[in-house]
Design a protein around this ligand. Structure first.
Ligand SMILES: NC(=O)c1ccc[n+]([C@@H]2O[C@H](COP(=O)([O-])OP(=O)(O)OC[C@H]3O[C@@H](n4cnc5c(N)ncnc54)[C@H](O)[C@@H]3O)[C@@H](O)[C@H]2O)c1
Ligand SMILES: O=C(O)C1=N[C@H](C(=O)O)CCC1
Length: 253
């Protein structure tokens, strides 16, 4: 059965990637694309005004809405989905704790799948990090992420997810965001570094060092297409499921 999808942020970098990737798939049909700046075509799809989203959801009846926008719009669109009974896949990062709480509450009404990163490589990196930490007890950990020069939030959503993974395995640690001046490392702290340059799609490195050795676990996205493909796989998987909060790792099981 073809899954009917809607796309928000259609004129954005990820919105365009999602529309381009969806056009190549036979299991999905784009029935709706919206953006703050309407009246454009993206990848041959007419982009309508995001202000009309509630009415458009009722009229076009997508099974799943795919959202890569900003934190405020993500919660607003999730709320429209809950109202219309439409499932939501979102990869929007930079959400506050309150905004995550709001999304989780809306997941009582419709299926919501959130992932800070929709690449399979990052899913594998997360597993590798969870395995490496207990094997390298007491080693220093530094996390570095690098993204294009238009990225708004820092550290990246993926970096925050990796930090949560590290805390889960090793217990909560102090996070030191960059260093300047007299700033020697304290035991157990995690250095967090965010670089912004050019059009880099996304790089994450977890460095573990101690005992006269170091282990660097690094993922590099070759293009945004990898995130779009993962989000569409998530949309196909989520369609028809019960209301609830879902994770990308469940899609990959
Ligand atoms: N989870 C992942 O795998 C993944 C991958 C790439 C990007 N992202 C995240 O996706 C989001 C979008 O990234 P992008 O590079 O496409 O950004 P972008 O700026 O190119 O596009 C964002 C789109 O959302 C719209 N938008 C932004 N704020 C809005 C608001 N308040 N109200 C209505 N519309 C709004 C913009 O008009 C634009 O169309 C970011 O949070 C980014 O971190 C996640
Ligand atoms: O380009 C972005 O913005 C990305 N955002 C996600 C994050 O914040 O982790 C995933 C990688 C690309």
């Amino acid at each position: 059965m073809t899954v009917r999808i809607g796309v928000t942020g259609a004129t954005g970098r990820m919105g365009g990637e999602v529309l381009a990737a969806a056009a190549e798939r036979e299991d999905l049909e784009v029935v709706l694309a919206v953006s703050r700046s309407a009246d454009e075509e993206v990848e041959g799809v007419a982009v309508e005004s995001a202000a009309d989203l509630p009415a458009l959801l009722a009229e076009r009846e997508p099974d799943v809405l795919v959202d890569f926008t900003g934190p405020e719009s993500c919660v607003e669109y999730a709320s429209a989905c809950a109202e219309a009974g439409v499932a939501l896949v979102t990869g929007t990062t930079g959400l506050s704790d309150e905004q995550f709480d709001a999304l989780e509450t809306l997941a009582d009404d419709v299926p919501v799948l959130y992932a800070s990163n929709f690449s399979r490589g990052i899913a594998a990196l997360r597993r590798a990090v969870r395995e490496a930490i207990p094997a390298l007890d007491g080693y220093d950990i530094e996390l570095t992420e690098t993204h294009h020069n238009a990225k708004r939030d820092a550290p990246s959503g993926t970096a925050l997810t990796l930090l949560e993974d590290i805390d889960d395995v090793r217990g909560d640690a102090e996070r030191v965001h960059g260093r300047e001046g007299e700033a020697p490392r304290t035991e157990g702290e995690i250095g967090v570094h965010a670089r912004r340059a050019g059009d880099i799609a996304g790089e994450h490195e977890v460095l573990l060092a101690g005992n006269h050795e170091s282990l660097s676990l690094t993922h590099r996205a070759g293009s945004r297409g990898v995130f779009a493909a993962g989000a569409l796989d998530a949309a196909a998987w989520l369609s028809g499921r019960d209301a609830g909060w879902y994770d990308f790792t469940e899609v990959l099981e």
